[in-house]
Design a binder for this molecule. Structure first.
Ligand SMILES: [Zn+2]
Length: 243
């Protein structure tokens, strides 16, 4: 059986041994979108001559950091043309402050508008407890959207599917009923895999690709698809995302 390794959303830089993590991914030929949380961090790694065969560096601005680092939108603009991959961006309403949420919306709207000029952009979106507002800000966006670790309503899920969005699912989602309900509703053609490492079970201290096997085993059982076929399907989904 030909395996296919991928990770559409992971934070290599939150590991102490980040170079080992990057080497491991390359050795395992795992197609990876390495997201960043701040434009300044993207700038730093980009400046270190990012050059990997399997790992793409994404320019990000995490919603939980937006209000504290608002000025970094200028760095975001400066580096926008240097990558096709944008993330992690979006909204997070587990933050209660209305003022903070407002800033998040302003910045996310700006980011979406900036990315709109380039139809090729692929955006990895964080939407925790803010799915409706995320969808309305993305309403006219014509690039590719990946909803990462989606936990919202099935109604919003249906809206996102109708717009052609992809969903990157992780191994923590299959460990609770809400996550499983969501995954069961996503057609296999829209599923890609992520770890959101180091924030998910088993990956807090070191990175590995066991989550890929776990997700494939789960999907094979739930969707009643042979594992070998599933690997091909996921590979094809990722290929289409990149078209
Ligand atoms: Zn993340």
């Amino acid at each position: 059986m030909t395996k296919f390794n991928m990770d559409a959303h992971m934070h290599f830089d939150l590991y102490k041994n980040r170079q080992d993590v990057l080497n491991y991914i390359e050795e395992n030929k795992s197609y990876t979108i390495a997201v960043t949380n701040l434009p300044d961090l993207y700038k730093r790694y980009y400046g270190e001559d990012w050059n990997y065969k399997y790992i793409r560096l994404a320019l990000g601005f995490h919603p939980e950091l937006v209000s504290q680092y608002e000025d970094q939108i200028d760095i975001f603009k400066d580096f926008l043309q240097t990558t096709r991959f944008i993330g992690e961006v979006g909204l997070d309403y587990s933050i209660k402050s209305e003022e903070n949420r407002k800033k998040q919306r302003e910045v996310f709207r700006q980011i979406v508008n900036l990315c709109q000029k380039d139809k090729k952009k692929i955006v990895s979106v964080h939407s925790r407890r803010a799915e409706s507002d995320c969808l309305s800000i993305l309403y006219e966006f014509e690039g590719k959207v990946i909803l990462h670790w989606y936990t919202g309503s099935l109604h919003n899920l249906a809206t996102a599917l109708s717009r052609g969005y992809y969903f990157s699912i992780n191994q923590q989602m299959i460990k609770n009923q809400n996550g499983r309900n969501i995954i069961d509703k996503i057609p296999i053609e829209r599923i890609i895999l992520e770890s959101d490492a180091p924030f998910t079970v088993g990956l807090d201290l070191n990175y590995n690709l066991v989550f890929v096997n776990e997700l494939i085993a789960y999907l094979s059982l739930k969707k009643n698809i042979d594992k070998a076929v599933l690997y091909m399907q996921i590979k094809d989904n990722f290929r289409k995302l990149l078209l």
